[in-house]
Design a protein around this ligand. Structure first.
Ligand code: SF4
Length: 342
């Protein structure tokens, strides 16, 4: 997706999904109550076309369900509406999200014939036990087979994964990332588990059979996963559920729900880099760190938590962060003065 691309989201909540994953209450997450129709698609496209500037690229995105598990008549009616808009130049590309076990060669042929460019697969984990305990209804092999078919057929592939699912661990998440990287997706989304009301996971939690994956847990594990994707050159297009009014006003009952989760993770990664850089700093030193102007708040951390963590880690007398002219991912020690002995 280019920076100037406009996304036209059409939510297909739970429509045709044969499954009931423990964490999912798709209607709540998407904020839409009724499944989309071809008329909704046309209306959304017409509205976006009327509002956007000349030359804007518009991508129609079917989100929120298991698109290719929809009864064929409904799926074709949505795809036909998309194809008409593509042919008329009202949109420039189409993406959709679906389940790994709802992909085969025939379905991919249908999607290609209707101009679909990008397919997002909910992989969630590549550990069979986690998939089983989460009620996903597919295996890790299904994810790998579907991913290969999608790539071979020339679609762009986006894989979604979760952390903190039932039976999950940081090690399992790291192994999932290794296996996702081997599939060479064009991008990934990471969704740490949130306990949404009216889900099986909420009931498990209430029964004491599942411990929430807290924001802190999510930050800890994602600070290990994000650098793996970055090193492999795989863009992370989303980290954490998109905040919605419904989730923020109590529908997210517990778990890793934070409107700025991605920022918290970046800030933790920056803290770890700075901690490495300051290794060996003498107690009571005065330190000034330099970072790119856009990274000052990441280095400082929410409520100065990174500054305080570094000061206590190395018993520093003071620590300041200054914006300097450097690379975006650079952290430099501008000065490190030992405290004068009295
Ligand atoms: S497959 Fe997707 S839509 Fe269906 S229950 Fe699971 S998460 Fe929800």
């Amino acid at each position: 997706m280019s920076a100037r691309e406009i996304i036209i989201p059409v939510f297909v909540p739970h429509l045709g999904c044969p499954n009931d994953c423990v964490f999912c209450n798709q209607r709540r997450i998407s904020g839409a109550l009724e499944p989309a129709t071809a008329e909704d698609v046309k209306k959304a496209i017409a509205e976006a076309a009327a509002l956007s500037y000349i030359g804007a690229k518009r991508q129609l995105a079917f989100y929120g369900g298991s698109f290719t598990a929809i009864p064929q008549r409904q799926m074709l009616s949505l795809l036909n509406a998309a194809k008409e808009a593509l042919d008329a130049g009202l949109i420039h590309s189409v993406r959709l999200s679906t389940r790994p076990d709802a992909i085969d060669r025939e379905i991919l042929n249908t999607l290609a014939a209707h101009g679909v460019e990008t397919i997002e697969l909910g992989a969630q984990s590549l550990d069979d036990e986690v998939l089983l305990l989460s009620g996903r209804g597919h295996t890790a092999k299904d994810v790998e087979d579907a991913s290969r078919l999608i790539k071979e057929r020339g679609f762009k592939l986006i894989l979604q994964m979760m952390t903190g699912l039932p039976g999950d661990s940081d090690e399992k998440s790291i192994e999932t990332v290794r296996r996702i990287i081997a599939l060479r997706p064009d991008g990934v989304r990471i969704y740490p588990t949130v306990i949404v009301r009216d889900t099986a996971l909420f009931d498990l939690w209430q029964a004491g059979e599942y411990s929430p994956h807290t924001v802190e847990d999510a930050v800890n594990v994602c600070a290990r996963l994000v650098p793996m994707f970055e090193k492999a050159g795989i863009p992370i297009i989303r980290l954490g559920l998109n905040p919605t009014e419904e989730l923020s006003s109590g529908m997210a009952a517990a778990g890793a729900y934070h409107p700025a989760l991605g920022e918290l993770v970046k800030s933790r990664i920056t803290l770890e880099k700075a901690a490495e850089l300051l290794k060996g700093a003498e107690a009571q030193s005065h330190v000034v760190l330099g970072v790119h102007p856009s990274k000052v708040s990441q280095m400082t951390g929410q409520k100065r938590c990174n500054i305080e963590a570094l000061m206590s880690m190395y018993a520093l007398a003071s620590l300041k962060v200054k914006p300097i002219d450097c690379e975006k991912d650079e952290i430099l020690i501008i000065s490190l003065e030992k405290a004068e002995k009295t």
